[in-house]
Design a protein around this ligand. Structure first.
Ligand SMILES: CC(C)(COP(=O)(O)OP(=O)(O)OC[C@H]1O[C@@H](n2cnc3c(N)ncnc32)[C@H](O)[C@@H]1OP(=O)(O)O)[C@@H](O)C(=O)NCCC(=O)NCCS
Length: 173
C-alpha cells in the first residue's frame, strides 16, 4: 500500500489528537489525556514550537474504515544530554491497527532518525511500557538498547500536587 510520511501541519492537529487518544487507550491509560487539539496547535505550530511531528498519510482510496487518511504519527522534541549533547526524544509512535505490519511504523521511525541526524543529535530515545513487548521487540530489532535492563534507569515525574509543592518551596529572590 502506498503511503507518505510528511511533516505535520497545524491542520493535522485534530487527527493527531485523535490518534493520541487511540494510543492512550492502547496503553490502558485513556484518562491520562488532558490536552486538546487546540493545545497541540498552540504548542507545536508557533514561533518556538515545543515539538515536531511527522504523520503517515495514505491515498483516499486506501482510507480507513472510518474515512481517515492520516493513519500514523511520530511526535518528538529535543532534549539535551550533559554527556552527549543534543538528543531527540520520541514521545509517541503510533500506527492505526488496520495499517500495521506494512512498514509505516518503521518508515516514521527512520524519518525521525533522519531529523535527529540533521539536527546533529547524538541520540534518539524513547520510553515504552514494560508489557508492550511487540513494540519493545520492534525497537530492539532496529538496534535500540534497553537502558532499564542495561543500566537500571527509572523514569521519575513530578506533577499535580507534588509539582505545586516543590514550586511553592522555591526560595524567594
Ligand atoms: C509499534 C508500531 C508503531 C509499529 O508500526 P507498524 O507499522 O506496525 O510496523 P512496521 O510494519 O513498520 O514494522 C513492524 C515490524 O514487525 C513486523 N511485523 C510483522 N507483522 C506485523 C504486524 N501484524 N504488526 C506489526 N508488525 C509486524 C514487520 O515485518 C516489521 O519487521 P521488519 O522491520 O523486520 O520488516 C505499531 O505496531 C503501533 O502503533 N503499535 C501500538 C502503539 C505502540 O506500541 N507504539 C509504541 C509505543 S512507544
Amino acid at each position: 500500500m502506498a503511503f507518505k510520511i510528511r511533516a505535520a501541519t497545524k491542520e493535522d492537529c485534530k487527527e493527531i489528537f485523535r490518534m493520541i487518544t487511540e494510543l492512550a487507550v492502547f496503553e490502558k491509560m485513556p484518562d491520562q489525556v488532558k490536552i486538546s487539539h487546540e493545545e497541540l496547535e498552540s504548542s507545536g505550530f508557533c514561533e518556538n514550537p515545543l515539538f515536531g511531528c511527522l504523520v503517515a498519510e495514505v491515498p483516499e482510496e486506501h482510507k480507513s474504515k472510518e474515512g481517515f487518511t492520516v493513519v500514523g504519527y511520530g511526535l518528538y522534541f529535543y532534549t539535551y544530554s550533559t554527556w552527549r549533547g543534543r538528543a531527540l526524544h520520541l514521545e509517541d509512535l503510533y500506527v492505526m491497527p488496520e495499517f500495521r505490519g506494512r512498514g509505516i511504523g518503521k518508515s516514521i521511525l527512520s524519518k525521525v532518525a533522519e531529523v535527529a541526524k540533521k539536527m546533529q543529535c547524538a541520540r534518539l530515545q524513547l520510553s515504552v511500557l514494560n508489557w508492550n513487548t511487540p513494540s519493545r521487540d520492534f525497537y530492539a530489532a532496529k538496534g535500540a538498547q534497553d537502558l532499564t535492563a542495561a543500566e537500571g534507569w527509572h523514569l521519575i515525574r513530578f506533577d499535580g500536587q507534588s509539582l505545586d509543592n516543590l514550586a511553592n518551596d522555591a526560595p524567594k529572590d
